[in-house]
Design a protein around this ligand. Sequence first.
Ligand SMILES: NC(=O)c1ccc[n+]([C@@H]2O[C@H](COP(=O)([O-])OP(=O)(O)OC[C@H]3O[C@@H](n4cnc5c(N)ncnc54)[C@H](O)[C@@H]3O)[C@@H](O)[C@H]2O)c1
Length: 354
Amino acid sequence: MSINKLKIGVIGAGSISDMHFESYSKQADAQLVAVCDLNRTRAEEKAAKYGIAQIYTDYHELLANPEIDAVSICTWNNTHAEISIAALRAGKNVLVEKPLCKTVEEANRIQEAVRESGKTLQVGFVRRYDANAQLVKQFIDNGTLGELYYAKASCLRRLGNPGGWFADVERSGGGPLIDIGVHVIDLCWYLMGRPKPISVSGNTYNKLGNRPNIRNLSFYQAADYDAAHNTVEDMANALIRFENGASLLVDVSFTLHAQKDEIAVKLYGDKGGVEVEPELLFVTEMQDTIVNVAPQVDSKSLNVVDAFNNEIKHFLECCRTGNTPISPVEDGVTMMKILCGIYESAASGREISL
Ligand SMILES: NC(=O)c1ccc[n+]([C@@H]2O[C@H](COP(=O)([O-])OP(=O)(O)OC[C@H]3O[C@@H](n4cnc5c(N)ncnc54)[C@H](O)[C@@H]3O)[C@@H](O)[C@H]2O)c1
């Protein structure tokens, strides 16, 4: 039986777009038909690599093509809102990369456009789609950890300001907090059952800059890397309080005098705890004894390729069924309130009520 394939356009053909192209290519019910990038050469390269017929440099033209059912938005953060809203109004389903956008005001406008259009919008909180995250969610939903009251998220790079648009606050909206912090904050919040955040207290630091002086240690640099341009924080930390009394402590950096990079996603309940990162592990009591329980799974930490496959598969399902995605626009809005609240708290030096 022939399948009616969903026709897909990808807007933004930079680094992360490959994960989207690869994942769509593996799905029997999807067909990549269009690619758009401001940089035509980049769009042409992806079109050649993935056998895509239509190439655009203006996303409005891509959206005007009635054949296209859904788009992935993989552009700079400052364009997520305008492209998402235009796509929804053009009747397209939208998978938008994290963060949803740059401001709460933009987030609210996107949410309104989702409501008005009745189309699907899925936020690319890819860590939610990892097999281990879903396994932990199942344990939590079944009460294995009891009431979760504390979580801790870290994503520390000791040398890793990618430069380019990532280091330009106008295009990115911020540094490590909005770029990599968003992933670990979101994962904790999702696994905690998405309690309502009531206040945030944060600090940001611009102490080390992007460290162009460092030799002998290489790191990822954006295509338009320019050591002279850096307007984002190099480190942030925050305490997020929730209505149910739970709290989340987070620290993130693009650069820090740390011995090594560090990633941690840890949740603590009154019946047990779990470390999702750096290595999946449950901690509980058995026979009045504390036991560390290591689930036997294929991958002990995030499997990026599988997580993206799951994310895209879920998006296609939601496009077909109209079901609400497991990372809906509402969660993107709440995450923008948390992130922007942290930046506001850091700027004003006081706790912010959300
Ligand atoms: N989910 C993840 O793990 C993950 C990882 C990396 C990046 N991201 C997100 O993906 C997005 C892109 O990041 P990247 O690392 O691929 O950046 P990138 O710089 O490699 O690519 C971005 C591309 O978007 C293009 N672009 C910008 N504005 C455009 C517009 N208006 N129309 C068409 N093209 C436009 C640029 O020319 C560039 O080629 C960001 O929002 C980032 O936060 C997500």
